[in-house]
Design a protein around this ligand. Structure first.
Ligand code: ADP
Ligand code: F6P
Length: 325
């Protein structure tokens, strides 16, 4: 028989992602609609260790659907990485008589959630990270908004690039994943995309930039993921030595990619995943993530999420090259 669930807690952890707020809203309102009480944890796993719980009502999540960031605050907690930190968190959950925890965060947060599951805590996770590097979900909350922010920024940079006959190397976030860079590269029509998953040489980049110049283009855009080696700034110095036709500039988009109003897609994904997470919890599921598979949300075991790596769609790399000609 399933354990009776009366009270749940929800937290956001790791890097913030646009759509975390609509997700919190969906968790709280679905729980309340099912007669559960919900405690919000302020400050991710660090807040859990410190016992920062606050009961949430339907009005507490009003007016947040359109807001970026997270009203629950988030954190990267070193203390929680250690077993002592995890035990403190579990004691706080027990003191508050929490029957189940919903964790909204990235792959690190899910690795942390698995540690709690191993100690008998019932956790459901929701993938939220602009990196889109989590195994078991086609999309994570925040990715679509971040991509739209990148596209908007590169469209603007192109105005300057073409007015000044310049080449731009634009760095996108993504940690070790090239997802944002390759997708942005395709939809802005970049001359080249550099990602950690595919090796490249300075000669190749120089020849793409030079060819664009010789073909009469008035600018060139190279989208580079932050995880590449050498780094974007080191690369720029190496390319500049070649005296190519274009002047070269670097633009590092940085944390603007994490903020802003979530797109309709992210609000919908966040609402569906938040709603489904509570349904999973009530049906007795535990240690699973709400994973988007095509158009369906499925329960994906944490053990798989933690052990396996999300694959890059190699077809897109070929496509980006063909369309840039
Ligand atoms: P994200 O969830 O966005 O990937 P992090 O990698 O920073 O962000 O992870 C968020 C938090 O999850 C970390 O600050 C840490 O508290 C916890 N965490 C990450 N990995 C582990 C782990 N292997 N064991 C325990 N806790 C972890
Ligand atoms: O995981 C999201 C992310 O924005 C990565 O793309 C990036 O590498 C990292 O977080 C930056 O972390 P911080 O905000 O702690 O500098």
């Amino acid at each position: 028989m399933n354990k009776k669930i009366e009270k749940i807690a929800v937290l956001t952890s790791g890097g913030d992602a646009p759509g975390m707020n609509p997700c919190i809203r969906a968790v709280v309102r679905t729980a309340l609609a099912n007669g559960l009480s919900v405690a919000g944890v302020q400050g991710g796993y660090q807040g859990l260790i410190q016992g920062n719980f606050e009961l949430m009502g339907a009005r507490d999540v009003g007016g947040i659907l359109q807001r970026g960031g997270t009203i629950l605050q988030t954190a990267r907690s070193t203390e929680f990485r250690e077993p002592q930190g995890q035990m403190k968190a579990i004691r706080q959950l027990n003191n508050e008589r929490i029957d189940g925890l919903v964790v909204i965060g990235g792959d690190g947060s899910i690795a942390g959630a698995q540690k709690l599951v191993e100690q008998g805590v019932d956790v459901i996770a929701i993938p939220a990270s602009i990196d889109n590097d989590i195994y078991g979900s086609d999309m994570c909350i925040g990715v679509d908004t971040a991509l739209n922010t990148i596209v908007d920024a590169i469209d603007k940079l192109r105005d300057t690039a073409s007015s000044h006959n310049r080449a731009f190397i634009v760095e996108t976030m993504g940690r070790l994943s090239g997802y944002l860079a390759i997708h942005a590269g395709i939809v802005v029509g970049a001359e080249m995309v550099l990602i950690p998953e595919i090796p490249f040489t300075v000669d190749e980049i120089a020849s793409v930039v030079d060819n664009a110049y010789l073909r009469g283009k008035n600018h060139a855009i190279i989208v580079a993921a932050e995880g590449i080696h050498p780094s974007v700034n080191e690369l720029a110095a190496l390319i500049d030595q070649r005296n190519l036709g274009f002047q070269l500039r670097v633009s590092i988009l940085g944390h603007i990619q994490r903020g802003g109003r979530p797109t309709a897609f992210d609000r919908m994904l966040a609402s569906r995943m938040g709603h489904t997470a509570v349904e999973f919890m009530m049906s007795g599921k535990k240690g699973v993530m709400t994973g988007l598979d095509g158009s369906v949300i499925k329960p994906i075991p944490f053990v798989d999420v933690c052990a396996r790596k999300k694959k890059m769609n190699m077809h897109y790399i070929e496509m980006a090259r063909t369309l840039a000609k």
